[in-house]
Design a protein around this ligand. Structure first.
Ligand code: ATP
Length: 306
């Protein structure tokens, strides 16, 4: 069990199988109050099942959960009252108006927040009288988030909050999550977008096949790949010997070459002279730090998406 007395939620050796599929296979983590915690992994990694157990939608086969300072044998109504839940499939009645959906959710709780306050929080004031069926997918997702926040929860579960949204709609959701964190809420989210995990999370668990394969802050996780800066460019068609002249270790992955540089200036100077000597143009060159996708790739040999 997590010994962190500040943890609002901790999970120890959680397990859940569906027949022979070990969907969650011994997962442990601890979420300090007021932080954003992310389960990052490809489809089928076991993220949703983990969340559904914590939300009280599914029973675990084994494991211990501590939430709001108490050991959880069964997720109680009182615990649910302190939770906000954004499910992956949040289908609302298409002919209800936005305000009516929030009023309906408010009616489930003893002391809900005023609907108008929640409308403002998710920037849907001007859509209050619009029917659900006339909302864009981003607006629908903000409505679902509003419904999850109507009871002023301390702990908010967001299952893939931005899947399928365009970049602007995704950023709008990110802004709301950041605001919730500033208000002191504790947020547990799942995603298969590494940019999302990197942008929002204090801690990330990278999951694959029901297990946690890496756990830590985004910075700590990427630091495991070394402190080098990566210079990437399209790999030109060269004799194998020509690559030896590059100023450092180079990795080629399909059409992309990656040069790992501990001293960026020296590496760039060397790379430019190499390019001139070889007559090899450096197309699509980018300079970047390793990211969570690289961590996943180095641990599994696969990419998070695709
Ligand atoms: P996704 O992003 O696709 O939801 P996930 O990481 O959330 O992926 P889960 O939905 O938890 O993963 O699924 C984990 C594994 O359990 C998968 O192999 C999935 O097919 C299986 N699974 C999930 N729900 C059920 C169910 N009700 N019955 C049988 N198998 C299930």
């Amino acid at each position: 069990m997590g010994n962190d007395s500040q943890a609002l939620l901790s999970v120890h050796d959680l397990k859940k199988s569906y027949g022979s599929v070990h969907a969650v296979d011994g997962v442990s983590f601890s979420v300090p109050a007021g932080t954003v915690f992310t389960l990052l992994g490809p489809n089928g990694a076991g993220k949703t099942t983990t969340l559904e157990i914590l939300e009280g939608i599914r029973d675990a086969d084994a494991g211990e959960i501590e939430m709001f300072g108490s050991r959880v044998r069964k997720v109680t109504r009182e615990m649910k009252g302190r939770m906000g839940v954004l499910l992956q499939e949040g289908g609302f009645e298409p002919y209800l108006k936005v305000r009516e959906v929030l009023a309906l959710f408010a009616s489930f709780f003893e002391r809900p927040r005023p609907v108008s306050e929640v409308l403002a929080e998710v920037s849907l004031e001007d859509k209050a009288r619009a029917m659900v069926r006339h909302l864009s997918s981003g607006q629908r997702q903000r409505l679902a988030l509003g419904a999850a926040l109507i009871n002023d929860p301390d702990l908010v579960f967001l299952d893939e909050p931005t899947t399928g949204l365009d970049p602007q709609a995704r950023r709008n959701i990110w802004a709301i999550v950041e605001r919730l964190k500033r208000e002191g809420k504790t947020i547990v989210l799942t995603t298969h977008y590494m940019e999302e995990a990197e942008a929002l999370s204090d801690d990330v668990c990278i999951m694959d096949h029901g297990r946690i394969i890496a756990y830590g802050s985004p910075r700590d996780l990427t630091a495991q790949l070394g402190q080098e800066t990566w210079i990437e460019f399209d790999a030109p068609d060269l004799d194998p010997g020509a690559w030896a002249g590059l100023p450092g270790e180079v990795r080629r992955d399909g059409a992309t070459a990656t040069l790992k540089a501990s001293d960026l200036v020296t590496a760039l100077e060397g790379l430019l002279s190499w390019s001139r000597e070889q007559g090899a143009p450096l197309r699509n060159m980018t300079v970047r730090q390793p990211n969570l996708e690289d961590v996943f790739l180095s641990l599994t040999g696969r990419r998070l998406r695709g």
